[in-house]
Design a protein around this ligand. Structure first.
Ligand SMILES: *Cc1c(COP(=O)(O)O)cnc(C)c1O
Length: 362
């Protein structure tokens, strides 16, 4: 039992900023004099539409989304986008190229195979996805309807440090675990999508940032709710949207503004990750798993080399208030997910805890 909030290193759903939770709590039963909770409002009501519009506008401003692109709120998380992307985009040529840089990237490619010909343009499987394929290794064909990659590999702890050049092939990207952690040149992308529960909001939604000219070419059997064109035409309100999740996203975006927007966040997240990586690089006990040039600033993977000791560490850390440090079941070891809402102090204290553990387990 904890009487205070702990440092939750979960890969998702993950920490939300405390001021956001406090504001949501204060507004929970009577939202700004409306006499009801946001959860109870009609999604067509004036009060709700103003939340919706403001959230969308803040999102576009923070990520500097150009006028060529629109944002869509879609249910089904990032996983449904593994199908939505091919259903909406693959029809133009019937073929798509995928980079396999980790578990989620691979899942996306597998799902896409149901809807067309999928070619693996590059893979890091030969080294257990501990690195990111170089631009020169990407085999992208001009007849690909799109090229898909996963910007941050949540499970393996690697992150693409460059935006792939595709020679004009539309770029599709899963940014679930690093969206809103730094500025991004959205104009380079055909479609970006992200499940919101890592860096932006409680679970229940994906945000899709779409180059509008790519809409309207979906496969004939695409469900209406998965059609980018239908969502565009209805402003993401073809049916009841995940109203409360969108409201929470709005509060998180206001909080992001107070951190200095995405430029501010980029600085914070780089410093926060460096504290942990610097420690790992000097530690005689813990070793980082990812190749140094590919390291993620969002998911830090590490291990001792001894599975029993890893398990002991995760257990003792949890008891001390550092929760969810056990690595993903596919890869073992440990993983500290340090998304936007993780205070830098949480990482400083984790490193202190690790130093003590190291001394006791030499
Ligand atoms: C978590 C995650 C997913 C899966 O997200 P859901 O919203 O649970 O479907 C997909 N891709 C990446 C990169 C993730 O981190």
């Amino acid at each position: 039992m904890f009487n205070e909030r702990i440092y939750n290193f979960s890969a998702g759903p993950s920490m939300l900023p405390l001021p956001v939770l406090e504001q949501a709590a204060a507004e929970m039963t009577n939202y700004r004099g409306s006499g009801m909770s946001v959860m109870e409002m009609s999604h067509r009501s004036k009060a709700y539409l103003s939340i919706f519009e403001e959230t969308k506008a803040d999102f576009k401003r923070l990520l500097a989304v150009p006028d060529t692109h629109e944002i869509l709120f879609m249910q089904g998380g990032a996983t449904l986008q593994f199908a939505a992307v091919p259903m909406n985009l693959i029809g133009t040529t019937g073929k798509a190229d995928y980079a396999n840089s980790g578990n989620f990237a691979n899942l996306a490619a597998k799902e896409a195979k149901k809807y067309g010909e999928v070619r693996i343009a590059a893979s890091s499987e030969d080294k257990n996805h501990t690195y990111i394929p170089a631009q020169s290794a990407l085999k992208i064909s001009p007849d690909a309807a799109y090229f898909h990659y996963c910007a941050n590999n949540t499970i393996e702890g690697t992150e693409w440090k460059y935006i792939p050049a595709t020679g004009g092939v539309p770029l599709a990207c899963d940014m679930s675990s690093n969206i809103m952690s730094k500025p991004v040149d959205v104009s380079k992308y055909g479609v970006i999508y992200a499940g919101v529960q890592k860096n932006m909001a409680p679970a229940g939604m994906a945000v899709v940032i779409l180059d509008k000219k790519l809409a309207g070419k979906e496969l004939a059997y695409t469900p209406k709710l998965m059609s980018y064109q239908v969502l565009l035409d209805s402003d993401s309100m073809h049916n009841t949207p995940p109203c409360y999740t969108i409201y929470m996203l709005g509060l998180v975006l206001k909080w992001l503004d107070r951190q200095g927007g995405l430029a501010g966040m980029e600085k914070i997240k780089a410093e926060r990750a460096k504290i942990l990586y610097d420690y790992l690089d000097g530690s005689p006990l813990f070793k980082g798993c990812a190749s140094p040039e590919a390291r993620s600033d969002m998911n830090v993977t590490f291990r001792t080399g001894n599975e029993e000791l890893d398990a002991k560490f995760a257990k003792e850390a949890a008891a001390a208030g550092f929760e969810n440090l056990k690595g993903h079941r596919n890869v073992g070891g440990m993983r500290a997910s340090i998304y936007n809402a993780m205070p830098t102090e949480g990482v400083v204290k984790l490193v202190e805890f690790m130093k003590n553990f190291e001394l006791k387990n030499k």
